[in-house]
Design a protein around this ligand. Structure first.
Ligand SMILES: *[C@@H]1O[C@H](CO)[C@@H](O)[C@H](O)[C@H]1NC(C)=O
Ligand SMILES: *[C@@H]1O[C@H](CO)[C@@H](O)[C@H](O)[C@H]1NC(C)=O
Ligand SMILES: *[C@@H]1O[C@H](CO)[C@@H](O)[C@H](O)[C@H]1NC(C)=O
Ligand SMILES: *[C@@H]1O[C@H](CO)[C@@H](O)[C@H](O)[C@H]1NC(C)=O
Ligand SMILES: *[C@@H]1O[C@H](CO)[C@@H](O)[C@H](O)[C@H]1NC(C)=O
Ligand SMILES: *[C@@H]1O[C@H](CO)[C@@H](O)[C@H](O)[C@H]1NC(C)=O
Ligand SMILES: *[C@@H]1O[C@H](CO)[C@@H](O)[C@H](O)[C@H]1NC(C)=O
Length: 575
């Protein structure tokens, strides 16, 4: 497995029951206390903390965090950290803390009740200290283990009655549904906030996942969500309170006319979910550029507009089928990743788990969206993981003004950026590389110039179809005039017809777009693909998003190229 080893953990220390019993006494890596500063989540010193989380469910019928039948909790927590996630959105069901017929079970009793004999044997083998704990103490053990690996936790109230979530008619959708008594819910939130008030790595609590169903309405949303927020804040004023919207957390539009009214400030954020299936078959049946423009405008109108109103909006569920065969997911991913990078969003990927003990009646149910495979010991798809990891590093925000604002050319579908490689003083090539090795680009839509801000007068030039893009000093002609084209504005194009008619250039006609060469690495220009109308073709290799950054630029790429690999890796992994 390609995950690097974790920092200093004593992976078995957490098993000692005494340690579990006294959560507050546990020695955890210093975890930040989070608050908000306009749209940013910040620590006590006011510096940005970018939430780069992964979802880890503990809300299904067994009510134990998934995977503990496969590997020790400390090993899973170490992998979460090693993969670069700084936080887990850990889900729980209300009845775990409000209903004795669930809450008083031990892990073993819970599994036996469901006839999960083999899974229970797996838990006993991999996590012997957990099997006979009460369920809430098992959850504490998971939180504590994440803390030992420096991973923050957002406790997410996922539903009331343990089980797979979510449908419009499962009785868990909205206040007043069969299993969703508002008073029980507030009681559950209070108990949970109180129980984990002493756990320093619990930095946030999200009030309720994916409100939905025939009962949903904005008036009750304000009435109960404000009550829930106040209850959590009263029980643990240290945590960030996270509010989810209507219609499966796709909709926070109602807040534009009536803001939320809370007694406290600087401790509340919103969350939104965005999957390809939020828009049915729109991705595969339409033109990808038009779908991207239309769908992302919808997400902005319904939720991301709150960033401009001074609220953090956490994209707390997004993700794809990692097997690579879902056409909707594949087209959606590049578009969603471009938005995440552009806005430098806080997020939580769906999901960590390679499998479930029991989901929808099926034992050892596979999770195709999982980062880990069914063995829970290696990534399901290393390529898919790498491109998500590209979104972990913050690009800007309070405390991150390391350089004057510049642009990076982000390639969402690979998670890489266009970087300049100097093979020799004379030969400079443009390649896909780690985004923290980008130089400072400056794009002017008015002048249509895309130039290196700090390196004399070098600009990006097209050299013709199928040929590498170059850095040149001659920047006035059509082959150096770049426009962002198509509805998605994710194609970066020159007009080679204009170049051909005004010079002897062998450019050929038509629009040429930045693209990735056949070697999978070099940045070239090719005839622009499926800018509009065409539904059958996938333009994503030509999608580049010009994203803003204030992170320090690689001072001297020549020098960097000579660094030993170990040091380079360190540089890439460190935020
Ligand atoms: C507790 O759970 C049981 C079994 O699901 C259910 O019948 C009962 O109504 C629940 N009680 C409360 C107070 O939620
Ligand atoms: C478990 O039972 C005890 C009494 O035996 C009770 O005080 C407690 O509230 C119960 N736990 C839950 C989650 O209902
Ligand atoms: C568990 O197995 C027993 C005995 O085979 C059976 O009676 C019971 O219905 C099963 N329970 C579940 C939840 O599958
Ligand atoms: C906000 O809530 C407080 C306390 O419930 C109330 O006094 C106040 O009128 C509310 N403000 C608005 C604008 O609704
Ligand atoms: C891994 O994910 C990538 C990106 O979605 C996809 O192209 C590829 O087919 C996937 N590979 C496997 C083996 O599932
Ligand atoms: C490209 O340049 C040609 C020649 O100057 C011009 O006729 C054409 O309209 C231009 N195309 C675009 C899309 O601007
Ligand atoms: C990026 O920076 C440009 C130039 O300052 C600005 O116009 C644009 O709104 C910024 N984009 C975002 C997403 O903040």
């Amino acid at each position: 497995m390609r995950l690097s080893p974790p920092s200093p953990p004593a992976a078995s220390a957490w098993l000692v029951p005494v340690v579990l019993a006294v959560l507050a006494a546990c020695h955890q890596a210093a975890a930040p206390t989070l608050s908000t500063a306009s749209r940013w989540v910040v620590d006590a010193s006011g510096s940005r903390v970018k939430l780069a989380c992964v979802n880890w469910p503990s809300h299904l019928e067994p009510m134990l965090a998934e995977g503990l039948g496969q590997r020790p909790v400390g090993a899973i927590a170490a992998d979460v950290a090693a993969m670069g996630f700084n936080c887990v959105r850990l889900t729980w069901p209300t009845f775990l803390v409000t209903n004795a017929s669930y809450g008083n079970l031990t892990v073993a009793q819970s599994f036996q009740r469901l006839n999960l004999t083999e899974s229970l044997a797996g838990v006993r083998a991999n996590n012997p200290g957990v099997a006979d704990l009460k369920l809430i103490d098992a959850l504490k053990a998971v939180v504590n283990s994440l803390g030992e690996h420096g991973v923050m936790v957002i406790l997410d109230n996922h539903l009331s009655k343990p089980g797979w979530c979510c449908s419009n008619t499962d009785g868990n959708g909205f206040f007043g549904d069969a299993f969703f008594d508002p008073d029980v819910w507030v009681d559950g939130l209070t108990r949970m906030a109180t129980t984990f008030a002493a756990a320093p790595n619990v930095v946030g609590m999200s009030l309720r996942n994916e409100l939905r169903g025939p009962r949903q309405n904005a008036n009750d949303w304000y009435k109960y969500m404000q009550r829930g927020a106040e209850a959590v804040h009263a029980a643990n004023p240290r945590v960030l309170v996270i509010l989810s919207g209507l219609s499966f957390d796709n909709d926070l539009a109602f807040l534009s006319s009536r803001p939320v009214n809370l007694s406290f400030a600087g401790k509340a954020a919103f969350e939104v979910h965005w999957y390809s299936f939020s828009n049915s078959q729109e991705w595969s049946s339409g033109n990808a550029n038009q779908a991207c423009a239309r769908v992302s405008a919808g997400v902005t109108r319904r939720a991301l507009y709150l960033l401009d109103r001074g609220w953090p909006v956490i994209l707390s569920e997004f993700g794809v089928d990692n097997r690579g065969a879902n056409a909707n997911d594949n087209r959606y991913y590049g578009c969603a990743a471009a938005v995440v990078a552009d806005l430098d969003l806080d997020w939580a990927l769906w999901a960590l788990q390679g499998s479930y003990y029991l989901r929808e009646g099926v034992r050892d149910h596979d999770e195709a969206y999982g980062v880990l495979d069914g063995s829970w010991s290696k990534p399901r798809n290393a390529t898919a993981l790498r491109r998500v990891q590209a979104l972990q590093r913050p690009l800007r925000g309070p405390g991150l003004a390391e350089a004057p604002p510049y642009t990076a050319l982000f390639h969402p579908v690979t998670g890489m950026c266009a970087v300049v490689r100097r093979r020799s003083p004379a030969a400079q090539t443009l390649e896909l590389g780690p985004c923290d090795e980008t130089e400072a680009w400056e794009y002017s839509a008015q002048d249509q110039s895309l130039a290196l801000r700090d390196s004399s007068q070098l600009c990006l030039r097209a050299e013709g179809a199928g040929r590498p893009a170059s850095l040149g000093a001659s920047c006035g002609d059509a082959m150096a005039r770049w426009r962002l084209v198509s509805d998605s504005k994710l194609h970066v194009a020159v007009n080679a017809t204009a170049a051909a008619s005004s010079s002897a250039s062998a450019a050929g006609g038509g629009a040429l777009c930045l693209d990735v060469g056949a070697d999978g690495r070099s940045v070239v220009t090719n005839p622009c693909r499926c800018l509009s109308a065409d539904n059958s073709c996938d333009p994503e290799s030509q999608w580049f998003k010009l994203v803003n950054s204030t992170r320090s630029v690689a001072a001297n790429p020549n020098l960097l190229a000579q660094l030993p690999l170990k040091l380079k890796n360190w540089k890439i992994r460190s935020f």
